[in-house]
Design a binder for this molecule. Structure first.
Ligand code: ATP
Length: 589
């Protein structure tokens, strides 16, 4: 449970986001819709900045990553191949009394005395219910309230004058089987598939079922061949995508943290299998020290690449204003890993409601492309000319060792798919023989981040309140969002000192015009200059530019200069209008 102080922080943040137009509840005029959020004018700018910074860093600033923008609805086979149709579900249960729905693994753990009832009878009509029911009470609480809850349960089953039967008690510890709000028993957990279903075309039948994508990654795998062939990239290389994803979460909560419609920023970075690296380089480099392993090298195996991407992602967060100290690395334990994953690191952020996942970085072996190869019948192997040339030069023991390791890895995958043993053996032997000819299915490292969770993390980290006393001795609270300049929705506020002085207004507008094609500028002439600063502090605008009488030449030495105020320190300095753009540019990165 989050500490109450942290809940107060969330309340303040949610209220600021609404008041200043960062985030609104979707369809608010109709009472809202649970798990859906809209971004207002400031939120839209913030989000756009974050996505653009991710995109630039992951694609444009690198030679080895290219982009993709795929559709949200894809061929339904994609979700069979990926495993989502069969296994993308959460355990769900309902309160037997109120029908409120819970994610079974997220119910608060409770201890106490459980009162079980085998059924009940209506003492007037004689009607009987044999539905068992139970209520959990904290130890020491009188049993009457449990009986009252049980009576309400049987009344819902059509009994009016309820006589409870078969009452027994049981000591319960750390149970998730009862509704924390009323103690009533929950239904047995059952799997609930999180994919939103729809129909393609005019006939709403099973044949036309399609799904809204629950992640952007699968489109990257499905288009792997096209992108590889057209981009002329060689392994290792990556494909990046930013876009909407949809999950019918059982219990959306913590504001935008767990939404039903959200955006992801995903990279699939395709690498050579370790056996190919060893054949080419004579060895496979593995991490020897923690931290960033430096410039990628040809002998890197999957572990080096995985560590590299974990560190690259942390560096990204640092570059946009989330220090390393706000993040935690959680290395999933072997029993938590998906069966195909070799390692997964969750990057956690210390949200006000608890430390929770911001991004996952998984080493997913060659599972994804192998699955699409199997389901589509289209080859997902790449041809590596260098490997083909290197192979005959290896000594025969190494050749057979590498082939055998590759064969066993392929066999492990094929056996898990349920292929008959004989077929799996044959296929694995063929795959191993093809390795020596330069063919393999690429492995993948996947850094997968949520845009909305990152926005929430940036907002929570930026939120500050400062107490001060005004000139009349009144206490004031200054609220500010100390965004890193690169993500700030508005970069510069431009203010004429007074709005009723046409010369000041004209000059301020001129300054705004000179800046607006370079930065997002907000012009404001309403209210006192202090109020205008305060409004921009709340919006997280890092700089404010004021045009005053000195700008117009009242003090000749200050003609054509402006005052720049810095949001976080409140410090002010005088800068020539001619230098303003460069001054800002150097500080807005
Ligand atoms: P969780 O365990 O929190 O449900 P996950 O492990 O299922 O997350 P992934 O499938 O790894 O999440 O998705 C990658 C990223 O997408 C997550 O790290 C998160 O930032 C984002 N994400 C996933 N589900 C949601 C959601 N319902 N709302 C907002 N962002 C989400």
């Amino acid at each position: 449970m989050a500490d109450p102080k942290e809940n107060v922080l969330m309340e303040k943040l949610v209220s600021l986001c609404k008041r200043r137009g960062f985030i609104f509840q979707s369809s608010e005029i109709y009472g809202g819709i649970n798990g859906f959020w809209d971004y207002g004018p400031l939120g839209a700018e913030l989000k756009r900045n974050v996505k653009e910074l991710w995109w630039n860093r992951m694609t444009r600033m690198r030679d080895d990553v290219v982009g993709l923008e795929a559709t949200i609805i894809m061929h339904p086979q994609i979700w069979r191949a990926s495993g989502h149709v069969d296994t993308f579900s959460d355990p769900m249960c309902d309160c037997l009394l109120t029908r409120k729905r819970f994610r079974a693994d997220q119910v608060d753990v409770q201890s106490g005395i459980a009162y079980h009832f085998t059924g009940a009878r209506d003492s007037v009509s004689g009607k009987v219910s044999q539905d068992p029911f139970a209520v959990l009470l904290p130890a020491g609480k009188p049993p009457e309230s449990a009986r009252k809850t049980a009576v309400a349960f049987y009344q819902l089953r059509g009994l009016q004058n309820v006589e409870l039967s078969g009452e027994t008690t049981e000591k319960v510890e750390n149970s998730q089987r009862f509704n924390p709000e009323n103690g009533a028993l929950l239904t047995e957990p059952r799997p609930f598939n999180l994919m939103f279903k729809t129909y393609v075309g005019p006939v709403a039948d099973e044949e036309n079922v399609a799904f809204l994508r629950p992640e952007t990654a699968q489109a990257i795998f499905a288009q792997f061949k096209n992108v590889h062939e057209t981009s002329r990239q060689k392994l290792p290389f990556g494909i990046a995508q930013v876009g909407k994803a949809f999950r019918n979460e059982v219990t959306p909560r913590n504001y935008t943290f767990r939404s039903r419609e959200f955006e992801q920023m995903e990279l699939e970075f395709f690498i050579k299998p370790d056996e190919a690296v060893e054949a080419l380089c004579g060895q496979v480099a593995t991490p020897s020290t923690p931290g960033h392993p430096g410039t990628p090298q040809p002998d890197w195996g999957w572990q080096m690449w995985h560590q590299y991407w974990v560190e690259e992602r942390i560096r990204f967060y640092e570059s946009i204003g989330l220090p390393r100290t706000t993040l935690e690395e959680y290395w999933q334990k072997p029993d938590e890993l998906a069966h195909y994953a070799r390692a997964t690191v969750d990057l956690l952020f210390k949200f006000p409601f608890g430390t929770q996942e911001l991004e996952g970085i998984a080493a997913r072996s060659d599972f994804d492309l192998s699955q699409h190869q199997r389901f589509s019948g289209k080859s997902m192997t790449v041809f590596d000319e260098e490997l083909k040339a290197a192979w005959p030069k290896l000594d025969p023991t190494r050749q057979s060792d590498l082939s055998e390791r590759y064969r066993l890895a392929r066999l492990k995958y094929l056996s898990k798919t349920g292929e008959p043993a004989e077929k799996a053996e044959k296929q694995a032997a063929e795959d191993a023989a093809n390795l020596g000819k330069g063919y393999y299915v690429p492995h993948v490292i996947e850094p997968s981040a949520g845009v909305d969770r990152l926005i929430l993390a940036l907002l929570a980290h930026a939120f500050h309140e400062e107490e001060s006393t005004d000139e009349k001795g009144r206490k004031e609270t200054r609220t500010l969002l100390s965004f890193h300049p690169s993500v700030a929705p508005v970069k510069v506020g431009v203010f004429p000192l007074l709005k009723n002085k046409p010369e000041l207004v004209a000059k301020a507008r001129e300054v705004r015009e000179s800046l607006r094609s370079h930065f997002n500028v907000f012009y404001d002439e309403a209210g006192s200059i202090g109020r205008r600063y305060a409004r921009q502090d709340e919006a997280g605008t890092p700089f404010g530019v004021t045009i005053d009488f000195d700008t117009l030449g009242e003090r000749p030495e200050w003609k054509d200069t402006v005052t720049i105020r810095q949001r976080d320190s409140g410090a002010q300095e005088r800068v020539a209008i001619a230098e303003l753009r460069t001054w800002l540019e150097t500080r807005l990165r």
